[in-house]
Design a protein around this ligand. Structure first.
Ligand code: NDP
Length: 487
């Protein structure tokens, strides 16, 4: 891995890089070799107040941001998209180094970030209100008004992608924002804020505050001037945010955990299904809320399918995230690896068969990082903890099924409902299954969940509200209804 000097970053408030009130710093170590990578500010409550005050000021009726025409807002967002593309390789390397994800995955996510700003730039001057015929002698018309100061709380697994898919629609609809990145992975959000200034985003519109979620995140959620919280992360924190938001009736969007099913019927194309079973569970080292970690395979092909999967699993190239050939990098932190290792132990204790992996690679160059060999469990019972709880690491749990009804029943035997796939060449069956599975996103003969143009979000304990597509715009606007008496 390229050895850089330690990156020093500050908070970003009111259009300026600032050391903040306390100036306290914390060091982020690289997941690859545990060496210091960056030093960032650990903000306090005063910094939170300053960031919200800056966002609130930038939202006032006569502010440069509010006075900007929708066409000009579109131009600003297009410039930001172009700047992300211009700096794409640097951003991808930064993300790869910070998160430990393979460079090829980081490049795709930076591309998605740029696409997000371009897509939502396009809606600024196209999405508006309605004119509705009312009772005789009257007319109703509606406006979409921005909500105000929005707090965007971002996790560590896809930092630049998730920051962008929250930021772009929030700004497109005229809000101002405070971003709270995850403590381990704030670097690309801070770069994005600086590019925002270059693109012409006025001071105070886009602020970034770093520091522990339990302090900074909590203070942001409680702040009375904050009108909306969009959170991606664990179901536990999401639930506590929802409770806190209730006091002021703040708007809340939650994108939480998942335990998605990948249902493989015996008539599916075997080689495509095996490849997808692998990467739709192990992409980003399985640290993905959409990870299809519950692999449901029809009994007639179960044995053969798992043999093929095991062969492929053993060929995965684990290594330095910045190497072009690397397919699987380290986990993000030592504590995440500990959590996943604990689940491997739980699976064995529950009586599932560990087919391969689940241990730490022995090669010397991996010794200092948070690497883990991807694990495949067979003979998993649907009610085992490893089939019910979100592991968030490179672990696949394979469950056999006999009939379509049984597959749907197992898929729905979960408190989550975020993502999933069905593999079959029978169109009727594919449609029956996608309608029957209780999930926010599901794909047929594909392992992809996130499509910029389509709504993304979960059923049940996987969250509420939607991100992406045009559906997200409702979550960053208030409808204002006007009645005009024409009498
Ligand atoms: P968290 O939910 O704790 O963290 C997600 C984000 O919320 C981070 O920015 C975090 O900040 C912030 N945060 C933490 N506590 C609070 C709080 N009280 N108020 C406001 N914001 C807060 O997830 P973890 O990182 O601890 O991961 C734990 C598990 O959660 C994972 O193993 C996985 O199962 C799930 N998860 C799901 C994700 C998804 O994509 N849906 C993403 C990440 C995790 P900070 O980093 O400073 O703590």
């Amino acid at each position: 891995m390229q050895k850089n000097n330690v990156i020093e970053e500050n908070l970003f408030i009111g259009g300026l890089s600032t050391k903040g009130h306390s100036g306290n710093r914390s060091v982020i170590n690289s997941p690859f070799d545990n060496q210091p990578l960056a030093s960032v500010i650990s903000a306090d409550e005063n910094d939170v107040r300053n960031a919200v005050a800056a966002a609130s000021e930038a939202f006032r009726g006569n502010s440069p941001w509010r006075k900007l025409s929708s066409r000009n807002r579109c131009e600003v967002l297009l410039r930001l998209s172009a700047l992300i593309r211009k700096h794409a390789e640097d951003l991808a390397r930064l993300e790869s180094t910070n998160v430990g994800k393979p460079l090829r995955e980081a490049r795709d996510e930076v591309q998605l970030a740029a696409d997000c700003f371009q897509y939502y730039a396009g809606v600024t001057d196209k999405v508006g209100g309605q004119t509705i015929p009312g009772a005789a002698g009257g007319l109703n018309m509606t406006f979409r008004e921005p909500i105000g100061v929005c707090v965007l709380i971002v996790p560590w697994n896809f930092p630049i992608a998730i920051t962008s898919w929250k930021t772009a629609p929030a700004l497109a609809m005229g809000n101002t924002i405070v971003v709270k990145p995850a403590s381990q992975t704030p670097l690309t959000a801070l770069r994005l804020a600086k590019l925002g200034v270059e693109a012409g985003i006025p001071p105070g519109v886009l602020n970034v505050v770093t520091g522990p979620g339990s302090l900074v995140g909590d203070a942001l959620v409680r702040h009375p001037l904050v009108r909306k919280i969009s959170f991606t992360g664990s179901t536990e924190v999401g639930s506590s945010i929802m409770k806190l938001a209730a006091d002021d009736i703040k708007r809340v969007t939650l994108e939480l955990g998942g335990k998605s099913a990948n249902i493989i019927f015996s008539d599916a194309d075997p080689s495509r299904a095996v490849d997808s079973a692998l990467w739709s569970a192990l992409g980003n080292a399985g640290q993905d809320c959409c990870s299809r970690s519950r692999l449901l395979v029809q009994k007639t092909i179960y044995k053969r399918f798992l043999e093929d999967l095991k062969d492929k699993l053993r060929q995965i190239r684990i290594g330095d995230p910045l190497e072009e050939k690397t397919e699987l990098g380290p986990l993000v932190t030592s504590s995440q690896r500990e959590r996943v290792s604990e689940y491997v132990k739980i699976g064995r204790d529950e009586g599932a068969t560990l087919v391969c992996g689940g241990d730490v690679p022995t090669r010397r160059e991996f010794a200092a990082g948070w690497f883990m060999n991807p694990a495949l469990f067979a003979d998993v019972e649907p009610n085992m903890r490893i089939a019910q709880e979100e592991i968030f690491g490179p672990v696949i749990t394979a469950i056999p099924f006999e009939t379509e009804e049984e597959a749907v029943e197992i898929a729905n035997n979960s408190t989550y409902g975020l993502s999933g796939s069905v593999w079959t060449n029978d169109i009727g069956r594919a449609l029956r299954v996608v309608r029957a599975v209780q999930t926010g996103v599901i794909s047929v003969n594909s392992g992809h969940s996130v499509h910029l143009e389509a709504p993304f979000g979960g059923f049940k304990r996987s969250g509420m509200g939607r991100e992406l597509g045009l559906a997200v715009l409702d979550h960053y606007t208030e409808w204002k209804s006007v009645y005009i008496n024409m009498g």
